[in-house]
Design a protein around this ligand. Structure first.
Ligand code: ADP
Ligand code: ZN
Ligand code: MG
Length: 477
C-alpha cells in the first residue's frame, strides 16, 4: 500500500520592533538575563497592556504579502496555561478574530515541479513567552527578556505533501519576511520557529490520517529531517496494524528521532476569553492602502522581472532574488553595465562565495557598486582576463582600492598585443618540442599545455584567446 503525506505548519516569527508588544521594554537579543523587563511584561497585578502600533504595521505587511483577507476589526484574547516562563499564567493572543485569514503562498511541487498553492489559514499577533534554561543538576533558570516580544503566528492549511515541500515553503516564507524587513528570521536565535503537523493516509483514501505535531527543530533542515523521520515512523506504525496517536513529539537533533512529549491539547483546554484590558482595534482601509503603497517588489515578481528584462536563466534569477540586498546590488549594477550574464556570473560566483566564506552579509562587505562595475568593465573590455580579475577582486575586498589602481600598481593589464606576445610564443614552441610533435600527430590537447606555458611566462596576463590563435598559427604552418 502506498501512502500520502499531509503536512501543515505553524510558524512563529518575532517581529522586528524596538520595544515589546504591550510595554516599552527593549526587544534586543542577547542581553544579560531579566534586565529588559517591567511590571507589565512581568505580569504584576494592576498593570495594563498597550498595543505597540509598529507590531501591528509589520504584521499587516506580512498579511498583505501573503495575499490574506485582512480583518476590519480585531481583538485580543487570553490563552490560559501555566508555564514557568509565562508569569501572567496566560498569553495574550488572538483566538476567533485573527488579524488575517485565507492567504496563499506558492511553492514548487515535489512531484511534478509545478507551482503549487499552499493556503494560509490565518495569521495573528501574540506575545512571546520567556526562556527557560535547563541546567545540569536538575534545576532551571528563567529569563524574562523575551516575554512580551511581538510574535506573528502563521498557520498553513494541510496543503504540503512532502518534507521537501515544507522546506521550500519555509525558504520562500523567510525570503519574503526578509524582503519586508519585518524579522531577521534567525532560527538559531529563535526569531523564527516552526512546529510541524504531519499525518499519513493511504494514497487512494480521502480521509485524513491522525496527525502528530513536532516541535523543537532549530533549522529548516531539522524540519525536513524530522518530517521525513515522522512520516516513515507513522507509515511503519500503520503497516504493523497499530494506530497513530494524536500527540506532540519533540525532535531530537542528535539522535535524529522524534519522541513523544505530551498528548495534544485542544482549544478548550486553554479557556480562551477576550482580553478585558485591551479594546477592539479597527483596521482602516487607509491604513492597508498605506501599507500597500510601501510594499517592496517581492521575490517571485522580482525573479520574473529579472528573467524578462535581463534575459538571464531562471536558475540565476532565483538565486539573485532570494535575498533583497543581492537583488538590489544586481539592479544597481545593471544600470551601469549591460552585460547582464556577466553581472550574474560574478555576483553568484566571486561575490557570494566571499560572503559565504566570511559568513557576512553584503552590507558588511567593503565593496562599492562603482568598483564592482569598474572591474566587470575591465573584464568585458578585455583589459584583464577573468583569472586575473578574480585576484583583483580579492585584493579589492581586502584593500578597498579601485580595480583600476590595483591593476596599474601590480602591472596586471592583459597583454593582447601580438608583437609583445610573439617572442614568448616562439620560445615556448622551441622549448616544448614534444608537445609540438604531439599536436602535429593529432593530439589536439597538447595545445592546451602550450597555452598554459605562455600564460605562465606572462604571469597570467596574456589574453588566452589570442595566445591560442597565435600558437595554432605557428603549429599549423
Ligand atoms: P488543532 O485543532 O489540532 O490545533 P488545526 O486544525 O487547528 O488542528 O490545525 C493545526 C495545524 O495542523 C494546521 O497547520 C493544519 O494545516 C495542520 N493539520 C490539520 N490537520 C492535519 C492532518 N490531518 N495532517 C497534517 N496536518 C494537519
Ligand atoms: Zn516590559
Ligand atoms: Mg488549532
Amino acid at each position: 500500500m502506498n501512502f500520502k503525506t499531509v503536512i501543515g505548519l505553524e510558524i512563529h516569527v518575532q517581529l522586528f520592533t524596538k520595544s515589546k508588544i504591550f510595554c516599552n521594554c527593549s526587544t534586543a537579543f542577547g542581553s544579560e538575563p531579566n534586565i529588559q523587563t517591567c511590571p507589565v511584561c512581568l505580569g504584576l497585578p494592576g498593570t495594563l497592556p498597550v498595543l505597540n502600533e509598529e507590531s501591528l504595521n509589520l504584521a499587516l505587511k506580512v498579511a498583505v504579502a501573503l495575499n490574506c483577507e485582512i480583518a476590519e476589526k480585531i481583538k485580543f484574547d487570553r490563552k490560559n496555561y501555566f508555564y514557568p516562563d509565562l508569569p501572567k499564567g496566560y498569553q495574550i493572543s488572538q483566538f476567533d478574530m485573527p488579524l488575517a485569514k485565507n492567504g496563499e503562498l506558492y511553492i514548487i511541487s515535489s512531484t511534478d515541479k509545478s507551482l503549487k498553492k499552499v493556503g494560509i489559514t490565518r495569521t495573528h499577533l501574540e506575545e512571546d513567552a520567556g526562556k527557560l534554561l535547563h541546567k545540569e543538576g536538575n534545576y532551571s533558570l528563567v529569563d524574562f527578556n523575551r516575554t512580551g516580544v511581538p510574535l506573528l503566528e502563521i498557520v498553513t492549511e494541510p496543503d504540503i505533501n512532502s518534507p521537501e515541500e515544507a522546506y521550500d515553503f519555509l525558504s520562500r516564507l523567510k525570503s519574503i519576511l526578509k524582503y519586508l524587513e519585518v524579522s531577521d528570521c534567525n532560527m538559531e536565535e529563535g526569531s523564527l520557529r516552526c512546529d510541524a503537523n504531519i499525518s499519513v493516509q493511504p494514497e487512494d483514501s480521502d480521509k485524513k490520517g491522525v496527525k502528530s505535531e513536532i516541535k523543537n527543530m532549530n533549522s529548516f533542515k531539522g524540519v525536513r529531517d524530522a518530517l521525513q523521520y515522522e512520516s516513515d515512523r507513522q507509515i511503519k506504525q500503520i503497516k504493523k496494524g497499530d494506530r497513530v496517536v494524536q500527540e506532540t513529539r519533540l525532535w531530537d537533533e542528535t539522535e535524529k528521532v522524534t519522541m513523544p512529549m505530551r498528548s495534544k491539547e485542544e482549544a478548550h483546554d486553554y479557556r480562551y476569553f477576550p482580553e478585558p484590558d485591551l479594546v477592539y482595534f479597527e483596521i482602516s482601509k487607509d491604513k492597508i492602502d498605506e501599507i500597500k503603497s510601501v510594499m517592496p517588489e517581492l521575490p517571485d515578481k522580482r525573479k520574473k522581472r529579472f528573467i524578462e528584462k535581463f534575459n538571464i536563466p531562471e536558475y540565476d534569477a532565483a538565486i539573485l532574488t532570494s535575498e533583497r540586498s543581492i537583488a538590489d546590488f544586481f539592479d544597481a549594477c545593471a544600470l551601469k553595465i549591460n552585460d547582464y550574464k556577466l553581472i550574474s556570473n560574478w555576483i553568484m560566483g566571486q561575490l557570494m562565495e566571499i560572503l559565504n566564506e566570511k559568513k557576512i552579509k553584503l552590507s558588511e562587505l567593503a565593496i562599492s557598486i562603482e568598483h564592482f562595475v569598474e572591474l566587470l568593465k575591465m573584464v568585458s573590455g578585455n583589459k584583464i582576463n577573468s583569472s586575473i580579475a578574480k585576484d583583483v577582486f580579492t585584493e579589492m575586498v581586502e584593500s578597498k582600492k579601485s580595480p583600476g589602481r590595483i591593476v596599474e600598481e601590480k602591472g596586471l593589464a592583459q597583454i593582447s598585443n601580438e608583437d609583445e606576445l610573439q617572442s614568448i610564443v616562439e620560445n615556448v614552441v622551441k622549448s616544448n618540442q614534444k608537445s609540438v610533435d604531439d599536436y602535429k600527430s593529432g593530439r589536439k590537447n597538447a595545445l592546451m599545455y602550450l597555452v598554459g606555458q605562455v600564460m605562465r611566462e606572462t604571469k597570467g596576463k596574456a589574453n588566452p584567446k589570442i595566445v591560442n590563435e597565435m600558437l595554432r598559427g605557428v603549429l599549423e604552418k
